[in-house]
Design a protein. Sequence first.
Length: 336
Amino acid sequence: MRRLQTRLLTVIGTLLLIIMSGRPVQAKKVPSSTQALHEVTFMIQPEIPADNIGGPKLGYFNLKMTWQQTRRLNITVYNPTNHPITIQAKVVNANTLDDGVINYTGAKKNDPRLLPQPAKHFVQVPAKIHLGPGATKKVPLIIKAVNKPFKGEKVMAINLYDAATRHKTAIKNHYTYAVGLVLQGKSLVTKPTLQANRIVVRMTEGKPALSVLFTNKQPWFWQNAQIKMTLKNTKWPIFQYHDHKAALKIAPQSRFYNNLDLTGYRLVPGLYRLKAEIKDQTHRQTLSKYVSITHDQAQFINRQNYVYLQNRIRILISVVVIIGGLSRRKKHAKTH
């Protein structure tokens, strides 16, 4: 039992996540001290299979999906306390928070129009696990058999937490284990791309920002991605804004805001061109959009609106000249 306890303690470092964090876990050693035991009420160790993509030491499940075949995985849980506990478990889809941060807590709901087949369609876990004092148990993860192969990747996590601790403490203080699970389907035929759907001026964490809403419609997990945005005034190029972020993670079939911090900058009204360069290890993409900015708003416009707004003064002057000319001709015709 002491040997098992020591093994389980080696994975506390990153398997143990604050409830608002989220990324695939990687095991690393931490001191097996009495203090560590008091900070948590149970410990875990995922049993990574030999066919895990990336190897059994990866720290999270990354598996090729098998069709028409049910598969069982296990997570060992251990209760080091001298009282019984109840562990609650659930499967949560990966989602993307602002600025390309992966989240596995369910704090942000997935859009069912983007993700019509959530994780619960593929994986099930027992809702509750009862552990006596000093007890060890295997929590089964059942990957269900599917008849129709899916394309791309399904990214999720199995969240485990002590029900009593969750109810007694504030959400921001209680601990949750999030064990990552990636199911690999058939290769994508189309090239992964992001769409820029909206641009808004808003406050983010008390700071003004220009925020571009990106959508990842495809079942592709962007890892270690970069987004470089440049917003340039088409009339006065001196007015331009830049943002470059790296090491972003974007969940499949999710959307998120990428924020361009405006702190220290004045938002100058006018017409702009937005250029966004997106890349990861295998894919590159460039987006170009027309943007209309007022004192406190921003919006994407199409090329026709851009051309009209850019030449609006000339068009109005031409209309006035034409109307004036027609009026003079009409007046001249009446007098003759």
